[in-house]
Design a protein around this ligand. Structure first.
Ligand SMILES: C[S@@+](CC[C@H](N)C(=O)[O-])C[C@H]1O[C@@H](n2cnc3c(N)ncnc32)[C@H](O)[C@@H]1O
Length: 422
């Protein structure tokens, strides 16, 4: 913890970023429909005999089905940002403040990256510092629509932000659908089994005293699974796309299969059939609100290094386990991540890791530091920093994969448990 709160400038910047993310959710409808308009335009530029053939194979009619699916996705995404009060006050208030109204000083819980609300799981304060979720302004497109609140006509949506939103739709498949079970079984299960194995001597009714931290928690399924096994768990995230979506899933799902989404409609490449393009996904596959009572369950918004860094003295040796799934390669400086994990763990505590080494900052254009180690180097480093690595193996798996597609990215992920020994 830095010891002093964020400056007014930081708060303003954060609010602007938050507003931008909410606007992206709200403008998904028009933005995505316009991509389909482009396809129609191209179609009409073709010679008539070609158009006739494309109608005969059903390609043209399919565009109408994609439009319908966009509208269904849009309804779902708009519900997520219907009520953002818990994050930063109403976005409309923020808008007023930034367009002439007096800029209110944010309350400490709003402005503080460590804000945490355990009564409703996944309530968040502000996050500070993000990289790929920052303000990228390439390929901006302004979209106008009568369904978008008037003030949002003025806001631009960037293609990178819209891309993050489309990825968020796929992330729902991974974490909260029956179709995501294969990935979860391949990745979350080994992590959960290793966690139970490490604490096998603790009786089940004592597990809620065991504190588990999941940095880079994504849409929250792993944290939910940890709690359902009886452990207390805290997720940490810094992306508003993830925070808004996980909060909605965890706290606002009234029944299983409540929503249908179409996550595969945004690219017509590498598909075998129309069914594959228009595959409906029902979420959530479980009732997130139905979880074991007893363990603490919370989510903290903010940059992992800022919230839990060495300056955060209250975090020292506060955690019995740290679970990283597809996370450690988000580090600019992996030495710092390992130093923090070590600082967080109690002696004998365990760090369980699964993931590739797709260094997020490699070749960045933002002049950020990036240190890219290979797997052998990461393991030597961990041992030098006081971890005993065990249970090592490689696990082949996908990340938000589309089973039906003609292209698959398969990662050969490293798995290990590392005990803090000194
Ligand atoms: C590749 S995703 C993995 C998400 C999740 N663990 C899973 O397996 O589905 C990495 C996540 O870490 C988050 N993240 C990256 N850097 C972070 C940081 N410094 N602090 C907090 N979260 C971070 C990203 O927003 C993203 O949700």
């Amino acid at each position: 913890m830095s010891g002093h709160g964020p400056s007014a400038e930081d708060v303003q910047e954060e609010q602007a970023h938050f507003r931008q993310v909410v606007t992206t959710f709200r403008q998904y409808r028009q933005y995505s429909l316009s991509a389909n308009i482009r396809r129609r335009k191209d179609f009409y530029s073709l010679p008539l005999p070609h158009q006739k053939l494309l109608r005969e194979v059903g390609w043209y009619q399919k565009l109408g089905d994609v439009d319908d699916a966009i509208l269904v996705n849009a309804d779902f995404l708009e519900q997520i940002v219907d009520d953002t009060e818990i994050f930063a006050g109403s976005v409309d208030d923020l808008e007023e403040a930034s367009t002439g109204g007096e800029q209110e000083e944010a309350s400490s819980s709003d402005a503080h990256p460590h804000a945490e609300h355990t009564h409703e799981h996944g309530a968040h304060g502000h996050s500070h510092g993000r990289h790929s979720h920052g303000h990228a302004h390439t390929h901006e497109r302004v979209v106008g629509s009568s369904s978008v609140p008037a003030h949002e006509h003025r806001q631009k949506v960037s293609e990178p932000d819209m891309d993050k939103l489309r990825s968020t739709l796929k992330q729902f498949v991974r974490d909260w659908s029956a179709e995501g079970k294969k990935e979860r079984d391949e990745q979350y299960e080994p992590i959960l089994q290793a966690l139970e194995e490490h604490f096998k001597d603790i009786p089940e009714d004592g597990r809620s005293d065991i504190q588990v931290l999941v940095p880079g928690a994504g849409l929250g399924r792993l944290t939910w699974e940890v709690v359902n096994r009886g452990f207390s768990c805290q997720g940490n995230e810094f992306s508003y796309f993830m925070l808004l979506s996980s909060f909605f899933m965890l706290n606002r799902s009234p029944e299983t299969n409540k929503w249908t989404i179409y996550p595969h409609i945004h690219s017509l490449s590498n598909l075998q059939s129309e069914a594959s393009l228009l595959q409906p996904i029902m979420i959530p596959d479980v009732l997130p609100g139905e979880r074991k009572q007893g363990p603490d369950f919370s989510q903290v918004a903010g940059d992992f290094e800022e919230v839990y860094g060495l300056g955060a003295r209250d975090q020292a040796e506060a955690w019995d386990a740290v679970l990283t799934c597809f996370f450690i390669d988000t580090a600019k400086n992996i030495v710092s991540y390992l130093e923090i994990i070590r600082h967080l763990l109690t002696p004998g505590g365990v760090w369980i890791n699964l993931g590739p080494l797709l260094w997020h900052f490699e070749n960045n254009s933002t002049k950020d530091v990036s240190i890219e180690l290979n797997l052998a180097e990461v393991k030597v480093l961990a041992e030098k920093m006081g971890f005993k690595i065990e249970n090592e193996r490689m696990i082949e798996t996908t990340y938000v994969g589309h089973e039906d597609a003609m292209l698959h990215h398969v990662y050969n992920c490293a798995f290990w448990t590392a005990t803090k020994i000194k």
